[in-house]
Design a protein around this ligand. Structure first.
Ligand code: PHB
Length: 389
């Protein structure tokens, strides 16, 4: 080998090395599509803060690459979600998309995930069927049937026989209503159902109908962000003094809103997968870090974001930053300890398996909290479990 040849091969090797390093240092891009404005902006704020917190704690080096979040605001409009997902896939060449603050937004993005073979980590939207809309959807939040079934069980065990259900009239509300009505019915209870519009609901006429039926309890689902308005009208209609018990999914007594709900919320029993009062070392550290970063309490939406980032980062590590298909298969069956407790991704359904807690609103050190008092362990989405037989 002459000098020129040696120099040439050294240069070539150096170039290959440099290109390799450049590739290795290229960020792993995660497109985060959330409602950052509009009626559901609290969901966007909570999830964004949690994703950034997770990355601050863990995300500088994932399979040799830093994780880069590219945040886009869909303002809660499905056409916007779809356009943003398209842009992120084509122009930014994202490895993963994530977020999705409402069911219609997740459903708008799912066909693009399939076409582009880009995983879509659903951090918020909670209608059971979303995971069936694309084999590239993996859920890090929860489903409404999953958290509602244990509440119907609790109601039965506690002498609640006659219930009016009041839900937001779209996917997750209908899932919650169906689950509650079916479960209570099996135990011999009776139900009457009313549905309220998702956008700008005026609860007053529905609350009047509920009060007139004189049930033992009112079961409620409204999406995160709407609970304060519901509670205000519940009190204005005098239902807090009517002897009708209020029971709900944790969406209604969301930790974001609960501190300002006032005494009417005291004693409300709900079921959910996360409470800011969850009693574990991991949950306490998460509460402290989230509060330090944002000045507010983390809610259940935030853990959907935090755990979704865990899922993305761990899958990227396991596959050394692999293809969309490799990332989804690495996510299947993953299990870990979250601030909510133990959780896993069901490899058969790509849906989340987790504990559901029964909680009651109590005042502690001057603040309202959802204090967990019973645990139903390792709950799968019951709609898919029933289909699987
Ligand atoms: C949904 O649209 O799927 C959704 C939104 C907020 C919730 C629950 C479900 O709190």
């Amino acid at each position: 080998m002459n000098r020129r040849e040696i120099l040439g091969s050294v240069t070539a090797a150096a170039l290959v090395g440099a290109a390799g390093r450049a590739r290795a240092a290229e960020p792993l891009k995660v497109g985060l599509i959330l409602p950052m404005t509009g009626a559901f902006a609290s969901t966007g704020r909570q999830i964004e803060a949690a994703c950034r917190l997770y990355l601050k704690e863990n995300g500088a080096d994932v399979a040799g690459r830093p994780v880069e979040l590219i945040l886009r605001d869909d303002a809660g409009a499905a056409e916007t979600t779809k356009r943003l997902a398209q842009e992120l896939i084509v122009r930014e060449r994202i490895a993963v998309m994530a977020g999705f603050g409402l069911t219609p937004l997740a459903l708008a993005a799912a066909p693009l995930a399939t076409q582009a073979k880009v995983p879509a980590v659903v951090m918020a939207a909670a209608t059971s069927s979303i995971t069936e809309a694309s084999p590239f959807v993996v859920r890090s939040g929860f489903t409404l049937p999953q958290v509602t079934a244990p509440l119907a069980g609790w109601a039965q065990e506690n002498g609640v026989r006659k219930v009016v259900t009041l839900v937001a009239d779209y996917g997750p509300g209908i899932d919650a209503e169906k689950t509650f009505v079916e479960r209570l019915g099996k135990g011999g209870g009776t139900t009457e159902s009313v549905r309220v519009p998702l956008r700008d609901p005026d609860f007053a006429p529905f609350l009047q109908r509920a009060a007139d039926a004189k049930p033992d309890a009112l079961f409620v689902f409204v999406p995160s962000g709407a609970g304060a308005q519901f509670m205000k009208q519940f009190v204005e209609r005098g239902l807090d003094k009517s002897g009708i018990r209020l029971i709900c999914t944790g969406d209604v007594v969301d930790d974001d809103l609960l501190p300002n709900m006032g005494d009417a919320a005291l004693g409300v029993v709900s079921t959910h997968h996360y409470s800011a009062a969850h009693d574990s070392a991991k949950a306490k550290a998460y509460l402290a870090a989230f509060k330090a970063a944002t000045g507010t309490r983390p809610n259940f939406m935030s853990v959907g974001g935090y755990d979704g980032m865990h899922l993305i980062c761990e899958a990227a590590k396991a596959t050394n930053g692999g293809s969309g298909e490799a990332l989804v298969s690495a996510m299947k069956g993953m299990r870990w300890e979250s601030p909510r407790g133990p959780m896993a991704i069901d490899p058969a359904t790509r849906d989340v398996v987790q504990n559901v807690y029964v909680r009651k609103v109590e005042r502690r050190d001057g603040e309202l909290w959802n204090v967990e008092f019973a645990t139903v362990p390792d709950v799968k989405d019951p709609v898919k479990a029933a289909k699987a037989g």
